[in-house]
Design a protein around this ligand. Structure first.
Ligand code: AMP
Length: 289
């Protein structure tokens, strides 16, 4: 496994692999790797001859007062895990070098102002700018993103389409802990009590999925009332949206829908989401072009 810190070294490492004709995959991450990240690596392995994983805690996607400095970091452990997965190339850009002097911002209009975008102004501009740079640095044939960050996946697909970046974007299913909590680097911040409270998110989503009969307003109401009542949780948002456009849905809908929630558990902000499938609907409430 090769580890590179500069775009030049990364490109030099990828050049001979590209020349051999094999496909190249990119899995962008912020490190503190868990099973969710590793599932993306495995999806990438099935789709490309060379798998590149980037590890970069992107300062541009954190707002003032958010947890950039406190974000968990453990590069040695991450590298050991990636080596076990037989990842070929790891790109760990130097913190300042990668963003220094940057004057370009990539902004995807429309999809970025609500849900996460409303609570975290500027967040998605930070994401798309750095994902754009990573796609430019690696020039992969395919890049894999998790449905854990569902809005991000839809936005990245749109950026790639709008800018004709010519990379296939693959969405990988959300990985959960055995008790249902969505795997997340931020779970490391939870105390045992908070960890128990955090289960309210996946439980509310499961309840909405079980009760789903196509009525988006009812599903939204169910999510909100459950999460507002849950002890130890401060609800940020609970929405039911069209899986492709992220438009909030009203009334009874025909196809599938996606429920997305965000909540604070203590000082830790968690997000989760689930597909709501209408009986007989096309599979499966997932992000598509
Ligand atoms: P992050 O390191 O949190 O920026 O995440 C890097 C990538 O891993 C993103 O595409 C995430 O959506 C994905 N990811 C994070 N957690 C999970 C999870 N529990 N299941 C699936 N993908 C995940």
């Amino acid at each position: 496994m090769e580890v590179h810190a500069t775009v030049d070294a990364l490109r030099a490492a990828l050049r001979p692999r590209r020349a051999q004709g094999g496909r190249i995959a990119l899995v962008p991450t912020m490190g503190a790797l868990h099973e969710g990240h590793l599932s993306l690596v495995r999806v990438a392995m099935r789709r490309a001859a060379t798998v590149t994983v980037s590890i970069f805690v992107n300062p541009l996607q954190f707002g003032a007062g958010e947890d950039f400095t406190a974000y968990p970091r453990d590069l040695e452990r991450d590298l050991a895990r990636l080596k076990r997965e037989r990842v070929d190339v790891v790109f760990v850009p130097e913190a300042d070098g990668f963003t220094r002097g940057l004057r370009t911002t990539v902004h995807v209009a429309g999809l970025t102002g609500h849900l996460e975008g409303a609570s975290r102004p500027g967040h998605f501009d930070g994401v798309t700018t750095i994902v754009g740079k990573l796609l430019g640095a690696v020039q992969p044939d395919v890049a894999v993103f998790g449905e854990k960050d569902y809005q991000q996946l839809v936005i990245v697909r749109r950026m790639v389409r709008d800018l004709d970046l010519g990379v296939e974007i693959v969405g990988a299913p959300l990985v959960r802990e055995p008790d249902g909590l969505a795997a997340s680097s931020r779970n490391a911040h939870l105390s045992p009590d908070e960890r128990r409270s955090a289960l309210a998110l996946s439980r509310a989503l499961s309840a909405a999925r079980e009760a789903w009969g196509g009525d988006a307003g009812r599903a939204r109401g169910l999510l909100r009332s459950r999460l507002q009542k849950a002890p130890g949780i401060r609800l940020d948002y609970a929405e039911v949206v069209d899986p492709s456009t992220l438009e909030p849905l009203e009334g009874v809908v025909q196809g599938s829908a996606r429920a997305l929630v965000a909540a604070f558990v203590g000082r830790t902000r968690l997000i989760d989401n689930m597909g709501l499938e209408s009986p007989g609907a096309e599979p499966s409430g997932r992000a598509r072009d």
